[in-house]
Design a protein around this ligand. Structure first.
Ligand code: 5GP
Length: 204
């Protein structure tokens, strides 16, 4: 990956100005709505590229391979690690492994397109080590009670899994100070807009 800011003619933002391609890492506790905010960016801001992670967990109903995640086997995940093809990876919620394929991120940034990673805290820390020029955004819930309510409300985890995720969330909330900025996810579209604005404001 080239070091230093990458310049391009950005036809989406301003056809006459050369701007920097930016890497923004969005992390935050489980069930805070990172996926929903990222989906909003994907739907409404095609100028921003969103990384598709690999994961060893099974698809949930409605999830599409190659769109929401690349659903892969443990053996395939092992191979990606061995070949150093992941920018970061982590075991999340003590269950499945998740990782960011390195090459697509590098290619998008090199082509001048800004990129968004929506990953967990362990992954964000790894990206900070490898790409300190990235900008780190913490998505926070309005309160812990609201986080609990959202986790129960979405109904995708059983009681034992919910408890495991809430335990992780408590530790993750304490990491907010490690981030460059915080967005409170009170309403998805407002949070999405705040995030997109950071792509315009942040300079490497
Ligand atoms: P879910 O299973 O609900 O889709 O995601 C569980 C958690 O994995 C979320 O906190 C999400 O941010 C995180 N995650 C998704 N993709 C990645 C990735 O590529 N790397 C890391 N470290 N975490 C990820």
């Amino acid at each position: 990956m080239a070091s230093g800011p990458i310049k391009r003619q950005d036809s989406f933002i301003n056809s006459s100005n050369v701007v920097d391609a930016k890497l923004i890492v969005l992390a935050g506790p489980t069930a805070v709505g990172k996926g929903t905010v990222a989906a909003c960016v994907r739907d409404e801001h095609p100028e921003i590229w969103i990384s598709i992670s690999v994961t060893t967990r099974s698809p949930r109903p409605g999830e599409i391979d190659g769109y929401h995640y690349h659903f892969i086997s443990d053996a395939e995940f092992d191979r990606l690690i061995a070949d150093d093809l992941l920018l970061e990876w982590a075991v999340v919620h003590k269950s499945a492994r998740y990782g960011t394929p390195r090459r697509p991120v590098e290619e998008q940034l090199a082509s001048g397109r800004s990129a968004l990673l929506e990953i967990d805290l362990q992954g964000a820390r790894q990206v900070r080590q490898h790409m300190p020029e990235a900008y780190f955004v913490f998505l926070a819930p309005p309160s812990f009670e609201e986080l609990e309510r959202r986790l129960v409300g979405r109904g995708t985890e059983d009681a034992a899994e919910r408890e495991r995720r809430l335990e992780t969330a408590r530790a993750e909330l304490a990491a907010e100070s490690e981030f460059d900025t915080t967005i409170v996810n009170t309403e998805v579209h407002a949070a999405c807009q705040e995030l997109v604005t950071l792509f315009g404001n942040h300079r490497n």
